[in-house]
Design a protein around this ligand. Sequence first.
Ligand code: SF4
Length: 235
Amino acid sequence: MTVTQDTTAADLKALAEQAGRDLEDASALEILRWAVDTFGDRFCVTSSMEDAVVAHLASRVKPGVDVVFLDTGYHFEETIGTRDAVDAVMDVNVITLTPRQTVAEQDAEYGPKLHDRDPDLCCALRKVKPLEEGLTAYGAWATGLRRDESPTRANTPVVGWDEKRQKVKVSPIARWTQDDVDAYVTEHGVLTNPLLMDGYASVGCAPCTRRVLEGEDARAGRWAGRAKTECGLHG
Ligand code: SF4
């Protein structure tokens, strides 16, 4: 099937579900090859700049691939530094998305520290909406989601249907473990966020991320003390 801008959502959904079954046992590179062959320039990678593993894998399949980064205005400086380093040294096209409002503008309208009072609204304004707008030109996007990161991610398909955005969502390393990631980083010298060496297992916005404790799962440091586990990008 050749995917074009006119391919219906129903056909894309069927395609995604079939590919998810067909590629369940495929390697990350084979999954990305399918995505690039199927979507061409209408495929991108999204990266939180926790590490550049998926961007690196995708650039091996499609040099110059678009890598979309969401700059919420609340990132650690190490995360922005990782984004800049990826842009400088890797064969990818980094695209930075920003929310409609700066943090100062948001504070003026909603009051300061919205992330403490209503993190769902803060994520909706600073993550979900900008990504939705930024992905308009694409039919498929790749993420670095892994099944072993948390119970909420345990059923992540390698290729699935993103109902919210009506797009194909590709998770080429869904079956990887942390050891697989570490081995790939070492073998290929992939850039990683320095905070991973400083007690952080998952890196998000500074106000909503803390170091993890011994025995906690990788995402326990995100919105710690709250029921919230996801920002709305993947649910
Ligand atoms: Fe706001 Fe925190 Fe969500 Fe970042 S992670 S957008 S600071 S609530």
